[in-house]
Write a protein that binds this ligand. Sequence first.
Ligand SMILES: [Zn+2]
Length: 53
Amino acid sequence: MGSFLNVKCDCGEESTVYGDSKSAVNCKKCGNVLAQPRGGRAKIHARILEVLP
Ligand SMILES: [Zn+2]
């Protein structure tokens, strides 16, 4: 993936996460895991709104 993603958590909070993130990313508001590192590309658990160029 290698790009930044705009994602929306189930709680409605929008966040920007890196598609190849090496560390887990949690929602700032509710703490839900948005991205989980998985040996290269992160698994995205939230709804992807937009892939940033
Ligand atoms: Zn949330």
